[in-house]
Ligand binder design. Sequence first.
Ligand code: HEC
Length: 408
Amino acid sequence: MSFLVLLPIMVALVLLQAPARAEKSHVEVLGSLHQVSFITALSFAGAEQRLEAAGSEGLLWVDANLQARRPGRSPGVVMSLAPHPDLPGVRYAGGYKGKDKRLGFLLSEDGGATWRQRAKGGDQALAFHALAVAPSAPATIYGFAKEAGLRLSHDGGRSWQAGGKLPAEAFDLAVAPNDPKSVYAATRAGLFASPDSGTTWQRRHPAKAPATFVNAETGGRLTSFIHRHGLVRSEDGGRTWSDISTAYQDRALMDLVIDPGNPRRFYAAADTGGVMISNDAGQSWLSIEGWRDQVPERITAGRRVFEENCQACHGEKGRGEKPGDIHARDENGLPVAPPLDDSGHGWHHADAQLAQTIREGSPRNERMIAWKDLLDGEAVRNVVAYVKSLWSFRSLACQGRRHMRCMH
Ligand code: HEC
């Protein structure tokens, strides 16, 4: 299922759970970020330039081990997040609370611990799906809400007026670092730019496919994601483009931030709601679940474990006992050893479940024995790392609890 269908469904799913969540207050530690149902926006913000992730659980602070905690009460389901470029405690956000309630334009002055509605954003409270503050003139804020189109504020979000007409629904907005009138929009119809505060728009990337996010940096650098094309970059304000990476199949990156302490480390929110991490400036991606194990030493050690113990049944590179036939059965009518690469459904399981199957064996099929007496904990961890190294971006973004969002 592609994100074009997925996004509205996921919002609906999250909202159905929202009333119960809203009553829970001051939940602190939420555990690893990958356990959060749905992340929509990321930023590095505050005096310490901490990673923050917004989505189904409101705004979360994320530590270096990717453990998430919520600084206060959740304002609701956050769909857009924008930190103030100069004031370290100030965050702006938009989204939903409960089934029918739109949050309007939210302000926090304490890094997301408490929130209040600064303005409705329109005649009625709007659900902003995109927000962007002009870095060189932070009183200028652009917003997009499906129900009202482009909105514009010149007083830090206290009052809002209608902006120009965007060519299509926007997923993300960005403002050029040194010109508050120069704004970019990643829309369902592609990537567009406006030189005049959103009054007129011109296409900025030739692809007539949905663009899902856009970042604008100094010197005319733009980074964007084009659906079914990939992660693209321009160094000249969008006149020419090059591909950073293309192997995303039907999945998409909905937001992307660069670690201020390491310019080659990127974090991105995938359209499955999961967060992905890249250590090579966006060329390859790991899911944050178990990402520390995705290192060459473990993968190489895991490959050896696999070749010695598992390959006889699960096939070379985990292609399965009967490659191409995942439903094949043996002479006793039991399933043959399934593929462990993309073509099987190992990626439906979380790391812990995969490790458990390997340690304990399959209750349904004695050919898959319990390996715990033959392989120690490290070897099991390594073989899981190897198996995951065989997976595409799609399987990594869809792993575990998210796999239902990726069924065709
Ligand atoms: C003798 C053949 C055989 C060997 C050797 C073997 N397996 Fe399996 N494995 C199977 C079979 C058969 C199944 C299917 C079990 C079922 O249907 O419940 C399976 C299932 C699995 C699954 C679950 C896959 C899924 O999609 O749910 C994992 C993970 C797995 N094996 C990993 C391993 C690892 C790692 C090794 C080596 C340490 C290994 N297996 C060695 C036969 C084998």
